[in-house]
Design a protein around this ligand. Structure first.
Ligand code: PLP
Length: 421
């Protein structure tokens, strides 16, 4: 039997600095795909390395190692909750990722809850919601989003019993365009109609501070792997009442207070453990907490300003390429995080991405970015705006964050400008 070996991997670059927010990478590989999964921050890698010798069970052992791991896990919960602005009494539940967090919430909704969302959402914030949910069209701007929500909630409250639970599910920043959604304004409207709000902060939290209390959102979901902590943890944070009244998300050990001998004779605990059945992801939680702490300790305004400069450079450079057309929902000047989607007229996006990877060692994303309704609509809108009849059916997405440099942006722009077919 012949075994084909993969070429030897380049030596990984461990960030030389002691900066906890330096990211790990590989020399020569240009990573412009942070929105899919960000690279690992030193803080996360160090926290995991430090804990590994102690690795043992969580909530399940009397030994010193186990007790230390239990403490580390619960401290991580506290740190992450503080970082995301949890209120006293909120639950901070460790999940696998944002998809898992939103599915958990969907299962915890009181019977008859109506969920209102927009067609501009990632599939993770479109698909888990129950039948009968309201999906509003992609708005042309933030003000239109607010008006559309107000109209929808007026209709719902007029038609139904005022006590019917309503949940508004909205993203903080689009994973397709990077545009920021008017979360505070949408939440103010929701409050007037006694509706709750869940914020999909998967793309917002890696770029700007997100505080559930300040934004007045009821629930918030993030993914560790997009927050520089790629060890398999995510978070659902939010109000305890629905979560404690719901059936456990995962039935099993850790979620139970008492199990009798008769089938179904079980008392479930309340609190985060109710929905964290099974052995928890200690390393994921600790890694995520380490990054949250490092971000909390740093000057986020400075990080944001740097990222915005790179983003402007990228967008200006793309605008100068004759075939490039940017995708956008809200208009060219809408506030956004470090994500840009675009197409090259007359070029297949998958082929462009493959050529960038093969010839230039640049990694970015192509496709419809798990937001098919939005991406298709924006591609059609881009065709109309640019007047080009030869736009491809899928797009390219470049995304940046901690550790991104202007050289990397320039490498992409140069590569796009010199692609030969
Ligand atoms: N929400 C948004 C806005 C996203 O961009 C993503 C992933 O790209 C998700 C939710 C789902 O995140 P995950 O795949 O980590 O569950």
């Amino acid at each position: 039997m012949t075994v084909t070996l993969a070429p030897p991997a380049p030596t990984p670059r461990i960030a030389a600095a002691t900066d906890p927010l330096a990211v790990l990478g590989v020399p020569g590989e240009v990573n412009l795909d942070y929105a899919a999964s960000a690279p690992c921050a030193r803080a996360a890698a160090d926290a995991v390395a430090e804990l590994l010798p102690w690795y043992a069970s969580v909530h399940r052992g009397a030994g010193a190692l186990s007790r230390r791991c239990t403490l580390a896990y619960e401290r991580a919960r506290q740190t992450v909750g503080d970082f995301l602005g949890a209120r006293p009494g909120d639950h901070v539940i460790f999940t696998r990722n944002t998809t898992d967090a939103l599915n958990l919430l969907a299962r915890a909704l009181p019977a008859g809850t109506t969920v209102v969302t927009f067609a501009g959402e990632h599939h993770a914030n479109l698909l888990p919601w129950p039948r009968g949910s309201v999906r509003l069209p992609v708005p042309a701007g933030p003000a239109e989003a607010v008006r559309a929500l107000e109209a929808a909630l007026t209709g719902l409250r007029r038609g139904a019993d005022a006590s019917t639970p309503v949940l508004v599910a909205v993203t903080g920043a689009s994973n397709v365009t990077g545009e920021r959604w008017p979360v505070a304004e949408l939440t103010r409207v929701a409050r007037r109609y006694d509706a709750r709000v869940v914020l999909d902060a998967a793309q917002l939290a890696p770029h700007v501070p997100v505080d559930a209390t300040a934004l007045d959102v009821d629930y918030l979901a993030v993914s560790g792997h997009k927050l520089y902590a790629p060890f398999g943890a995510g978070v659902l944070l939010g109000r305890a009442d629905w979560l404690d009244a719901a059936p456990p998300y995962l039935a099993g050990g850790g979620a139970t207070g008492h199990v009798g001998s008769a089938p179904h004779e079980v008392r479930w605990v309340s609190g985060p453990a109710r929905h964290e059945g099974g052995t928890p992801n200690l390393l994921g939680a600790v890694a995520l907490a380490a990054v949250c702490q490092a971000l909390a300790d740093t000057d986020r305004d400075a990080l944001h300003a740097h990222e915005q400069r790179l983003l402007a450079r990228l967008r200006t450079g793309l605008a100068a390429l004759p075939e490039a057309v940017e995708l956008r929902t809200f208009g060219p000047d809408a506030p956004r995080v470090g994500i840009v989607s675009f197409v090259l007229a007359g070029r297949d996006s998958a082929e462009v991405a493959a050529r960038l990877a093969r010839d230039h060692r640049i990694g970015l994303r192509d496709g419809l970015f798990c937001a098919h309704p939005l991406a298709r609509r924006l591609l059609a809108e881009a065709a109309g705006r640019s007047g080009r009849g030869d736009l491809p059916p899928t797009a390219l997405r470049a995304s940046i964050g901690l550790g991104s440099t202007s050289q990397e942006v320039d490498l992409l722009l140069t590569a796009l400008g010199t692609l030969r077919w």
